[in-house]
Design a protein around this ligand. Structure first.
Ligand code: ADP
Length: 556
């Protein structure tokens, strides 16, 4: 709040001044009492002594007055007046044996401290004028005082130097204090502005510190996640706001965008589903980023948008595609069946032209069947309705079958060199056969399609184990083919994507294969990655957690 620091500084100043006024009054009372008594009893100056005692009495009155009225301004003016009077008496009388002059040097400090810069000048002017008057009166022999003209001139000069010194010092202190207040006000204002902006953003904004505790949550974030004002602050984000996958299974911290930003400085942007405070799902689109200062991660910030409506529309689309694909399967099977009957001569011997046309119908229909199958798999994955049934499978056998099918389907003039490396210790592994088949079929089909004549395709399958993924199956399909242009590699797993370097060569593709492989691998808790260089080849790797590990995870 602008102005707050001013008020508290003023309050502190008043308290300080009150304390100093009490100390000054007390000291004045004591010293005037002692000197007054000495004047009367020892020096034989009853009038001067009485005056000094009266001064001490005024100091007591100042203390009492301040205590009762709490009026610091009145008290300090009274006190300064009292000290000034005392000093004038000192000059006029010489104080005790002419040493009273030393008390004058206390006045600038008292005046400036008690009355401030301007007030201090005023009181110093009063003292200096009083001394000058004495000097003039002495010069014209109207009065006689115990100090010589030269002593008074030197004292006046010293007082002026002290006054200027204290004034300049106070001025610079004041400037510094003002600058501090201004910069405090400016940063308060900036903070307020930033807070107001964040508060009014429609998207949820959450800020975490380096340990994952929530240090800032916008109103929209609290509202979207079902928490009251300030309810999220101080909580561990990963515990207070869980994330679930398509099947409603809790997503591990290490796979969450904010975790990846905090631990690996990643900028992530992707859809996900948070669980609200009442455990209902909230589909969101998240962008998360690490807060890095001097190369060190100090926290992370995420903005997220409610995509419930988009998700509902996507779901409706997927449901429509599922329904349409199912419906299309029946006529496609009928066409395949009828074409086969015709080709086998069940309806009489066909002429060469007729057989060619039917053959073309048969092949186009096969492509259509593959496309419909891919669409059905895609929509089932998107709806989370693909059922996973792990069973013991002989992976090398499955892989060989797929290879044989693919080699049979190769054009007669295309030769590929196939290398297979199966881990000899590979046991019968419990995995969903459809998952394994879909992955192998797509990766092998791509390697065959996008590798030129005489190229090589190498398949490696082995069991691995590490701390993060546990017991897993690693499938690697490497080829010496066309590769993927480096500027397009980021989009390779997106739906319907086909790279420029193959589009004109192969018109058959759907751009759905890799999307399906990635989605299905992640669906069962695995992952996919690749390396590729244009015109040199590509290697696609898929890591699948073994069924036992999957089961354990689900139970946990
Ligand atoms: P498609 O039906 O086009 O093969 P995919 O989803 O399987 O669809 O692959 C998407 C795109 O990725 C392909 O069109 C191709 O550009 C590229 N791609 C996939 N695998 C390979 C590979 N082994 N070599 C070169 N490019 C590949």
């Amino acid at each position: 709040m602008p102005g707050m620091p001013n008020r508290s500084a003023e309050g502190r100043l008043v308290a300080e001044q009150t304390r100093v006024i009490y100390i000054y009054s007390l000291l004045s009372f004591l010293s005037l009492g002692v000197f007054g008594s000495l004047q009367i009893l020892v020096e034989g100056n009853p009038w001067l002594g009485a005056l000094e005692l009266a001064g001490g009495f005024v100091a007591v009155l100042v203390m009492l007055g301040l205590r009762i009225s709490r009026n610091v301004v009145l008290a300090r003016n009274m006190l300064l007046l009292c000290i000034l009077t005392f000093l004038i008496v000192m000059i006029a009388t010489g104080g005790t044996a002419g040493t009273g002059i030393f008390w004058l040097f206390l006045f600038p400090v008292s005046a400036f401290f008690l009355a401030g810069k301007k007030g201090g000048l005023f009181w110093m002017a009063a003292l200096i004028i009083a001394v000058i008057i004495f000097m003039i009166l002495q010069a014209v022999s109207l009065v006689t005082i115990p100090y010589s003209f030269i002593t008074l001139r030197q004292m006046l000069f010293t007082l002026l130097v002290i006054t200027v010194g204290i004034y300049v010092y106070q001025q610079s202190r004041e400037n510094m204090a003002n600058e501090t207040i201004k910069s405090q006000e400016a940063s308060e204002e900036e903070k307020l502005k930033a807070e107001t902006i964040i508060e009014n953003i429609d998207e949820g904004v959450v800020g975490l510190n380096a340990t994952g505790s929530i240090v800032m949550a916008s109103r929209a974030a609290e509202h979207l996640l079902g928490w009251g004002p300030g309810g999220l602050i101080g909580k561990n984000f990963f515990e207070a706001v869980p994330m679930v996958d398509e099947r409603g299974k809790i997503v591990k911290n290490i796979d969450r965008p904010m975790w990846l930003s905090l631990k690996e400085k990643q900028i992530t942007k992707r859809p996900a589903t948070y669980l609200r405070n009442d455990k209902t799902p909230l589909p969101v689109d998240i962008t998360s980023k690490a807060i890095i200062i001097d190369g060190k991660v100090h926290g992370a910030i995420a903005t997220f948008r409610d995509i419930t409506e988009e998700t509902a529309i996507d779901r409706a689309k997927s449901e429509f595609v599922t329904l349409a694909s199912h419906q299309l399967r029946t006529p496609i099977s009928a066409i395949a069946w009828m074409s086969e009957l015709l080709l086998h001569g069940d309806a009489g011997k066909l002429k060469t032209d007729q057989a060619d046309y039917i053959q073309q119908i048969y092949h186009s229909n096969k492509r259509m069947a593959a496309l419909v199958d891919a669409m059905l798999t895609t929509s089932s994955l998107e709806l989370g309705s693909l059922s996973i049934r792990p069973e013991p499978i002989d992976i090398p056998k499955v892989c060989r079958q797929i290879l044989v099918q693919r080699l049979d389907a190769l054009p007669a003039d295309k030769v590929l060199h196939i290398k297979e490396h199966y881990d000899p210790s590979l046991p019968e592994i419990s995995l969903d056969p459809n998952v394994v088949k879909t992955i192998l079929q797509n990766l092998i089909a791509n390697a065959f399609k996008y590798t030129n004549n005489n190229g090589a395709v190498t398949i490696t399958i082995k069991q691995t184990n590490n701390d993060i993924s546990g017991d897993s199956l690693l499938i690697e399909v490497a080829d010496t083919g066309l590769g993927i242009p480096s500027n397009e590699q980021g989009k390779i797993f997106t739906k319907l994507f086909r790279a420029k370097n193959i589009k004109h060569k192969d018109t058959d593709g759907t751009g759905l294969g890799l999307y399906i492989v990635k989605t299905i691998a992640e669906y069962v808790g695995g992952k996919i990655w690749f390396t590729s260089e244009e015109n040199k080849g590509s290697t696609f790797s898929v890591l699948l957690p073994l069924a036992e590990a999957q089961k354990k995870e689900e139970t946990a």
